[in-house]
Design a binder for this molecule. Structure first.
Ligand code: URP
Ligand code: ZN
Ligand code: ZN
Length: 479
């Protein structure tokens, strides 16, 4: 069956125009004025609405085993919740335990993700190093459609990557034409500060931001960027949360380095006062890393997004319910780190970005899908309303209002960090692979309908960077 989205305004990252959109066999088959509906076509009346590429959330953690528990949201419920908010693709993370074969972890995550109802891809984390890791990176890029490797510079004693791992992995990624991504926090400093603050008798969630000040993020961001610069590999910083990290990104971009920055909807809208709330459950529900920051950082992050120094928005969707957060009732270091948002990212970005005039509609599309598709090399298949692209589309009603609440959201978590936020502008219909999967507030999804999306490497372009660096520098860096 075909689908015709009739009478709307198509909004892409470069322009918007009035057009109908015809979807057939999972792809966009035609875009134009007054398109005919072939027999057996479902028609959506999009009059007065915007027709935009479905959102891509480039940072989620479904079904993640982490800090002694497993996230409450799995790939089925999490991708469904995304669809309810207009997000049609996620990029999740394979995170091997240190010492675990990377390929084994990759296969495990692929199996877990088979129940997804929307398309997905993976970044693969490098948490340790030996020759098998290097070999697995190679086969992941060459044979399994992975083009990004993640490095946690925090979480000492668990998945933290030290400088030796970073240098080994960044070098290998560069050779393979893959991009490196980092969670930038100095894990050693966090560890020491956690200990110090706990020993001072601060045991509640208010200790969390005290142990992870912006300086530890700024230091790690700058270090990772400079390592990437020396090794000639493009780098993407996930969840940039503060001015110090943003400054490091801007500095490097101004020097011609290929550096990208992601910002979370939560970091744009929430400040660190949440951790001083006397209600443990409320404060613990906001424990995530890097933490929410003092108010001024939000303004800086918005400016980063507006100026193009930050290119993508994500959620770091990582759900833990109150009973799981309670693991850290007497020690903030044991509170599982993570918050939700895959369902709400598009609407809170629209409300606080487009409705406030901070972002144009096209910029909204760029930061919610197109830029991620380009950076992770799946454009224009994803992130664009164009003939031949996947028919992953959100029909956006700019006049529909709602108040966000855990009582009504689809996300499998008992808390919503945006609780009570009124938004005007939300998904009326979400289309995944040409099928209407969300309409009139109801989901109509099929377990396993989501596909694994392979992402090719950027080899030729990366070779050019390395050739230039070798020319500019007398001593090329080689392992
Ligand atoms: O607190 C967070 N962000 N939890 C998920 C893991 C990570 O650091 O991204
Ligand atoms: Zn992180
Ligand atoms: Zn994360």
């Amino acid at each position: 069956m075909s689908l015709l989205i009739r009478g709307g305004t198509v909004v892409n990252a470069d322009r918007s125009f009035r057009a109908d959109v015809l979807c057939r066999d999972g792809l966009i088959a035609a875009i134009g004025e007054s398109l005919d509906a072939p027999a057996d076509t479902r028609v959506i009346d999009a009059g007065g609405q915007y027709v935009m590429p479905g959102g891509i959330d480039p940072h989620t953690h479904m079904q993640l085993p982490f800090m002694g528990t497993v996230t409450s949201e799995d790939f089925y419920s999490g991708t469904a919740a995304g669809l309810a908010g207009g997000t049609t693709m996620i990029i999740d993370f394979v995170i091997p335990n240190p010492g675990q074969r990377v390929m084994e972890a990759y296969r495990q995550w692929r199996e877990w993700a088979e129940k997804s109802v929307a398309d997905y891809a993976f970044h693969v984390a490098i948490t340790w190093w030996d020759d098998t890791v290097s070999a697995d990176m190679e086969s992941l890029v060459r044979e399994h459609g992975i083009n990004s490797f993640k490095h946690f510079m925090a979480y000492k004693g668990a998945i933290m990557a030290d400088d030796e791992i970073l240098v080994n992995s960044f070098s290998k990624a560069g050779e393979l034409g893959a991009i490196v991504t980092v969670h930038a926090e100095n894990g050693e400093l966090v560890y020491r500060l956690q200990q110090k603050i706990f020993d001072m008798g601060i045991t509640g969630p208010e200790g969390h931001p005290l142990s992870r000040p912006p300086q530890v993020e700024g230091e790690a961001a700058n270090r990772a960027i400079r390592i990437a610069e020396v090794l000639g590999v493009p780098i993407y910083l996930v969840h940039t949360s503060c001015r110090q990290a943003l400054d490091a990104i801007i500095r490097a971009r101004n020097e011609g380095q290929r550096v990208y920055g992601e910002v979370l909807a939560g970091h744009l809208l929430i400040d660190d006062s949440v951790y001083r709330n006397k209600d443990f459950e409320f404060a613990a529900a906001h424990v995530m890393s890097p933490p929410y920051r003092p108010k001024g950082h939000k303004t800086d992050l918005w400016h980063g997004l507006q100026s193009g120094n930050l290119q993508t928005t994500a959620t770091d969707h990582c759900c833990f319910c109150a009973d799981q957060k309670a693991m850290g009732r007497s020690d903030f270091r044991m509170i599982p780190n993570g918050t939700a948002g895959v369902e709400n990212r598009m609407e809170v970005l629209w409300e606080h970005g487009v409705n406030t005039g901070r972002l144009t509609m096209s910029e909204f599309v760029a930061v919610t899908s197109t830029n991620a598709a380009k950076i992770f090399n799946i454009y224009p298949r994803k992130g664009s309303i164009s003939v031949g692209a996947d028919a992953d589309i959100v029909v956006w009603d700019p006049e529909a209002s709602k108040t966000i609440s855990a009582k009504t959201h689809f996300q499998k978590i008992d808390f919503n960090i945006f609780e009570g936020m009124a938004v005007r502008g939300t998904a009326s219909h979400t289309v995944s692979q040409g099928k209407v999967v969300y309409a009139d507030g109801k989901l109509d999804v099929r377990r396993g309908a989501g596909r694994y999306v392979e992402r090719p490497p950027f080899a030729a372009y990366y070779d050019a960077i390395r050739r230039r660096l070798e020319h500019e520098r007398p001593v090329p860096v080689r392992r």
